[in-house]
Ligand binder design. Structure first.
Ligand code: G6P
Length: 375
C-alpha cells in the first residue's frame, strides 16, 4: 500500500534507493560466512568448515542463472578470473540444461537467483548434479527456497523482499556476494596478499556510502530520461567488466519502458550495430577510467561521426567533458574493481524514469513475471 511506499512512487524506485541498506545488510550477513576475511588478517582460511573443504577441491567455476541474475554472473566472471585466477564459465540456465556439455567434477557450480525458485535454474542445477558435479553453491535472496535447500552451500543475500518485477537491489547484493566469493577463493588459492585483501575489504565496507552518493545523481538521470522517453531504440556500450553492466542497463530499459534496447561490447560496434547509428539513436556508454578507456573513446568517436548522441557515465578520473552530442554524468569517485556495482545504479534510474515518463506500469510490466516457476 501507499504507506509502505513512503516517499516513493513505485516499489522499483524504493528498491533502487534501498540499495545502500541492502548491501550493508548483505555484507553483515556474509561476515559469518567468511570470518577469516573480515576478522582475522593473516589467518588464511578456516580449515574444517564445509565451504573451505569444498573450495579447496575445485579448480573451475560454472555459473548458471537467468535474466538479471545471469548478468551478475557475467560480471563475476571477470573478478573470478582476474583476482582468483579461476577459469569461469557463465551460462543461461535454460540453455545449459538442454545441451550436451563436458562435466568436470572439480567444478564449483554456482547458481544465482533472487527467488531461488526459477524453474530453469533449478533444472540446470539438477542437471549439473546429475552429471556428477557435487560441489554447488547458491547466491540467493530467499533462505527458505528450493535453491538453498538443494545446494551444498549458500550465500544468502539480504536485499529484503523485492516486489518490482525488474530486479535492482537483488542484482547489486548478488554482486556483493560474488565479490566476496572471489576474495575467498583468491585467498584459498594463495592469490591474495594481505595488503590487497585489506584494500578490497575497505572498498566493500565503503559501498553503502558510495551507493548513497551515486543515488544523489538522480536529478541528472531524470534529464536524460526526458530525452529517452521520446525514442524507440537505444544502444548501450561497455567494455570488459562493464559490458555486462551495459547488458543489464539495456535489459532494464526494455523490460519497463518497452524501448528496444541492446547492448554491445564497444569493440564490436564496427561489426554490425554501427549501421544502426543515426541522430535518432541514443548511445549510452559506461566509461569509467580503466585500462580500456582510451579504446572506448575511439568507439565513441565512431558513434559521433555518424551523428549518434552519446550519454556517457564517466567516473571521477575519466577525462571526458560534455560537448555537442555528448552528455556526461560524472560518478563521484573512481571505484576500482567494484565499479560495475556502482555504474549499474544510474542505469536502473534511467530505465525507471524513462518508464515513468512513458506512463507504463513500472512495477508490473506487461508479459513478465517476478518469478518464473514454470518452464
Ligand atoms: C524473471 C524476473 C527477472 C529475474 C529472472 C530470474 O524473469 O522478471 O527480474 O532476473 O526472472 O529470476 P531469479 O529469481 O532466478 O533471479
Amino acid at each position: 500500500g501507499a504507506a509502505e511506499l513512503g516517499p516513493y512512487r513505485h516499489y522499483m524506485q524504493k528498491e533502487i534507493f534501498e540499495q545502500p541498506r541492502a548491501i550493508a545488510d548483505t555484507l553483515e550477513g556474509l561476515r559469518s560466512i567468511a570470518p577469516e576475511l573480515f576478522d582475522g588478517a593473516g589467518q588464511h582460511g578456516q580449515p574444517g568448515t564445509a565451504a573451505w573443504r569444498v573450495f579447496k577441491e575445485i579448480d573451475t567455476v560454472l555459473i548458471l542463472a537467468c535474466g538479471t541474475s545471469y548478468y551478475s554472473g557475467c560480471t563475476a566472471k571477470y573478478w573470478l578470473e582476474a583476482i582468483a585466477g579461476i577459469p569461469t564459465q557463465v551460462e543461461v540456465a535454460s540453455e545449459y540444461r538442454y545441451r550436451t556439455s563436458v562435466p568436470n567434477p572439480r567444478t564449483l557450480v554456482v547458481t544465482i537467483s533472487q527467488s531461488g525458485e526459477t524453474a530453469d535454474t533449478l533444472a540446470a542445477l539438477r542437471h549439473a548434479q546429475g552429471l556428477g558435479m557435487r560441489h554447488t553453491l547458491t547466491i540467493c535472496n530467499v533462505a527458505t527456497s528450493a535453491m538453498v535447500r538443494e545446494c551444498q552451500l549458500a550465500y544468502v543475500t539480504r536485499a529484503g523482499v523485492e516486489i518490482g518485477v525488474a530486479s535492482t537491489k537483488a542484482f547489486t547484493t548478488q554482486l556483493a556476494g560474488l565479490f566476496l566469493l572471489t576474495l575467498t577463493l583468491a585467498q584459498i588459492k594463495g592469490r591474495l596478499s594481505e595488503e590487497s585483501e585489506e584494500q578490497y575489504l575497505k572498498a566493500m565496507r565503503h559501498l553503502p556510502a558510495a551507493l548513497q552518493a551515486v543515488l544523489a545523481l538522480e536529478p541528472q538521470v531524470i534529464s536524460w530520461a526526458e530525452d529517452f522517453a521520446k525514442k524507440e531504440n537505444a544502444l548501450f556500450l561497455g567494455r570488459g567488466i562493464h559490458y555486462p553492466i551495459a547488458l543489464e542497463g539495456a535489459l532494464k530499459l526494455k523490460e519497463i519502458s518497452y524501448i528496444h534496447a541492446e547492448a554491445y561490447p564497444a569493440g564490436e560496434l564496427k561489426h554490425g550495430p554501427l549501421a544502426l547509428v543515426t541522430s535518432s539513436m541514443p548511445v549510452v556508454t559506461v566509461a569509467p577510467n580503466d585500462e580500456l578507456l582510451e579504446k572506448l573513446k575511439s568507439n565513441m568517436q565512431e558513434v559521433r561521426a555518424r551523428g549518434g548522441v552519446l550519454y556517457v557515465l564517466a567516473d571521477a578520473r575519466t577525462n571526458i567533458e560534455s560537448s555537442e552530442g555528448m552528455h556526461v554524468i560524472r560518478m563521484p569517485e573512481h571505484y576500482g574493481p567494484l565499479s560495475p556495482l556502482l555504474h549499474v545504479v544510474p542505469l536502473q534510474l534511467l530505465a525507471y524514469h524513462t518508464a515513468c515518463a512513458r506512463g507504463t506500469d513500472v512495477d508490473k510490466p506487461r508479459n513478465l513475471a517476478k518469478s518464473v516457476t514454470v518452464e
